[in-house]
Design a binder for this molecule. Structure first.
Ligand code: MRU
Length: 342
């Protein structure tokens, strides 16, 4: 019997079953991870992606490590490192692993070690769902009935344990009785917008329109967009936001057109130890993601390719950050800190 089952993941107690996001929406297949190494590979290979989903998956990977090595701390340090070395930008990964390690050290000699460590991972997962629903309520208030929202990448149920951050806000607005339409950037090169966001929203009955990334400016110019909402992989202490490559361009365009630009993210995405966006490590991924368009090779091998997977949107372009503890407005350096004091 599963102890957690959502669109993005299922925890059975012995394995983490992940919907394989590399093949959605055309194929709905699942991968079962039975040990921590399989979880690490799934994160690295993008079977599971999206900051909160990566964090929760790593927590379950840590549980599988404890099942294998019990209270051997040296082995658990290796487990943590393997899981941490998968993707560098989303801070939720390190946040979840640090939290699991703190719990492990607290309970490592308890005879109920496995049950207690599993309980902590489940807590991380259920707290994520709760946080997303709270963001949905706070963020939903910011939108007006009849608004059309532009989003980038996928910050939905698939990118979290459930419900989503940016898409959670859109869902939250609908739960408040508002009619919200969505434009989704396709999000080259990995196409999370086209493949995942559109699929999720369409299945949920939203009026969703796909555009390619380079259309965003023109769609704004035509007056079709009332607000932009995106997720985040890491928010620095000054409010700079790392998110999927292309987010920065959308923020610049939103500023130019006087459209509010919102970021929705849980506290687990806020990294007060990183002072500004300049210190956020940006993952570079395989040249193949850009060289190929889906399965077709567009560009010969001799052409150089640069493929940063994320960019940083400077805080001055961000109208507000929606969290589970409320909506934060500038000055972010002061106001983000206050969230952790509440
Ligand atoms: O490379 P990905 O698909 O893991 O990147 C995902 C994003 O950039 C999301 O916008 C972010 O993680 C927020 S998900 C709630």
């Amino acid at each position: 019997m599963s102890k957690l089952k959502t669109m993005s993941m299922e925890w059975t107690g012995d394995s983490l079953i992940l919907v394989d996001q590399r093949y959605l929406p055309l194929e709905e297949t699942y991968i079962s991870c039975k040990n921590y190494k399989e979880v690490a590979t799934a994160i690295k290979d993008m079977v599971v992606r999206g900051a909160p989903a990566i964090g929760a998956s790593a927590a379950f990977g840590y549980v599988l490590g404890v099942k294998e090595f019990l209270n051997d701390f040296n082995k658990m340090k290796e487990v943590k490192k393997t899981l941490a070395d998968t993707r560098p930008t989303a801070v939720n990964l390190f946040w979840a692993l640090d939290r699991m390690e703190r719990k492990f050290l607290e309970i490592k000699d308890d005879k109920n070690l496995i049950d207690l460590i599993e309980k902590e991972a489940l807590k991380i997962a259920y707290e994520d769902i709760e946080a997303n629903r709270a963001m949905g309520k706070f963020g939903g208030e910011l939108l007006n009935d009849g608004d059309t929202v532009l989003t980038h990448c996928n910050a939905g149920a698939l990118a979290t344990v459930d419900y989503g951050t940016a898409l959670g806000v859109i869902r939250g607005a609908r739960e408040l009785g508002k009619d919200i339409k969505v434009y989704a950037d396709e999000t080259r090169p990995y196409l999370q917008g086209a493949r995942l966001t559109v699929w999720e929203l369409y299945k949920d009955g939203f009026d969703v329109t796909l555009i390619s990334d380079n259309m965003a400016g023109w769609v704004m110019k035509q007056g079709k967009i009332n607000a932009v909402i995106v997720g985040a992989d890491r928010i620095a202490s000054n409010g700079d936001v790392a998110n999927k490559i292309g987010t920065y361009s959308v923020a610049v365009l939103a500023k130019k057109h006087g459209i509010p630009f919102y970021v929705a993210a849980p506290l687990s995405t806020i990294d007060l130890n990183t002072p500004t966006g300049n210190e956020i490590p940006i993952e570079e991924r395989s040249h193949k993601e850009v060289r190929f368009c889906h399965k077709s090779k567009m560009v010969p091998e001799e052409i150089k390719v640069y493929n940063p997977a994320f960019d940083v949107t400077p805080n001055e372009l961000i109208t507000a950050i929606i969290t589970e503890k409320g909506v934060v407005k500038p000055p972010y350096s002061e106001n983000l800190k206050k969230l952790f004091e509440k």
